[in-house]
Design a protein around this ligand. Sequence first.
Ligand SMILES: Nc1ncnc2c1ncn2[C@@H]1O[C@H](COP(=O)(O)OP(=O)(O)OP(=O)(O)O)[C@@H](O)[C@H]1O
Length: 610
Amino acid sequence: MARPKLQSITDKQKTSVFSLDSLSAIPRFFGEIWRVSPKLFTVNSIGRLLAALSPVITLWIGKIIIDEIITQIALEEQDLTRLWTFVGIELGVVILTELLNRLVTLTDGLIGDLYSNASSEKILRKTNELTLEQLEDPEFYDKLERARQQTNGRVNLMSDALGQVQALISIVSLIAALIYFEPWLIVLLILSIIPSFINEAKYSSHRYSLARSWTAERRELDYLRFVGANNTTAKEVKLFGLTDYIALRFKNLSNKYYHINKNLSIKQSIYGSLFNILGTLSYYGAYVFIIIEVIAGVLTIGELTFLSGSFNRLRNNLQQFFSRFTRISESALYLMDYFDFLDIPLEQHTVNPIPLPEVINEGFELRNVQFYYPGSDTPVLKGVSFHIKAGEKIAFVGENGAGKTTLIKLILRFYEPTSGEILLDGININKFSKEEYRARFGVIFQDFFKYEFRLRENIAVGDIAQIDNDSLITDAAERSLASQVIAEMTDGIDQQLGRRFAKGQELSGGQWQKVALARAYMKNADIMVLDEPTSALDAQAEFDVFERFIGLTKGKTSIIISHRFSTVRMADRILVLKNGKIEEIGTHEELMNNPQTYSRLFNLQAAGYQ
Ligand SMILES: Nc1ncnc2c1ncn2[C@@H]1O[C@H](COP(=O)(O)OP(=O)(O)OP(=O)(O)O)[C@@H](O)[C@H]1O
């Protein structure tokens, strides 16, 4: 479902012919570049400024040299001092320009690298500041994709924009020289350039709107590339023989884009070539005009080389200037996407948060909680009310899709209930600071992430500030039985995990689960939340893990989700969810005496083990 907050720039604005709107993003862009490295930026700008004057100076010296040669040839007693002096000056200017150009390229590259790293980091941090709701929105993903792509484009934009200022200085100096000798040449020049500029502007805007309208498809292409060539999907792809299916899907979609893009490129090339020929004709027109003037004795030979050189140079510079201009406005459109992404409004922090209770006394209370996932019109929770007493171990049970994990997401404040409220010690959990509130939880999710980092990091993510606290990490590992995994690793706690990087060791599903469970033990959390923490463990390991858990978390409020009734029965109370409603709640014994879902499922599972 479209959400207005994610759409601040309309497509129409983005595709207006000259894309001038987009240029408004450039000052902010330069602000960002400046902050990346004020020193490099200053060196780069000064280098460009000096290099910009080189064409007119070189051409002017060239004119003096030629006129001097002609004068000296006509003399009987030649004095070549002035001639050699100017040749020497020209050589100096050429070497200096060469050095300045190198300096500009070098600083362009360095600033580009720094800027691209800084903007990637910004995207990463911004992504993390967004809510789960925003992260699960496909429109958000399109925006993220557009912000991510063209990182290189943004770097080129910098050299283009600075190059543009440099070119402008060269152009103004060359124009001044042309006006001084032959003002008419300027008119000829402008007439030859304008059609080609309009052509460039038109097609660059087409290209951008095409790229933009294909964002979702590009994401699909990326996903197909990932599914088709990836070590995590390789087993299934090989076993089910999916390569052809995926490759064909990829080919069909990418071919479609290729053909649309091809047609556009061909048209642009044809018109571009025609307008270029027009430009060349105008140059020769000017050339003929200057030759006639020289023959008539109005201009000297030196002035002929200077004027024809200046005209040619100016024509190239202007052509580059205009095509750079369209390139800049095109890149600036992508830049707007990037800023647009960075400007996605963030969720408001809780105003004047109430301090969390030092010790939890009463526990949680859910009052008539109803919940719809954003964009969905099917309720997942339909008026759920219950207590979790302080220090109690409560298990959530129910069939797939009943809403167990959703309940946990609401308690952890990843989403807000659509109606109803959740209280902790009688206070609505929204009134606490989200960060402080979440810090009181030790959590393992059903779909925990397997970081292909070191084992130490995989445990320390539970409290990353403690990454170097070996005793805390080994202690957490001991509690979750991950110590057995550490003992088997060549590099112990510093073993690289996964197969992506050198010396990485892949773990079994159960071993990963023990490592992930250790995250919940990393801090002395008041509330433990375990969402199917033992689904991959063997029966003995599961029993051991839970026995430990019960022993180690005495007096801590805990929520456990499990489909294994041998685990569930260890909880103080069990809540059975069915279709988003509480079907029954009570102790194992109470529920066993109640001929409803729990006793039926318990007996069913028990019978399976007999
Ligand atoms: N991010 C989401 N967006 C939209 N719908 C969702 C989302 N996550 C879950 N759902 C839907 O909410 C319902 C409840 O899902 P939930 O994950 O809470 O079930 P569960 O009881 O934990 O199931 P399981 O035992 O399979 O883990 C399901 O119908 C699911 O399709």
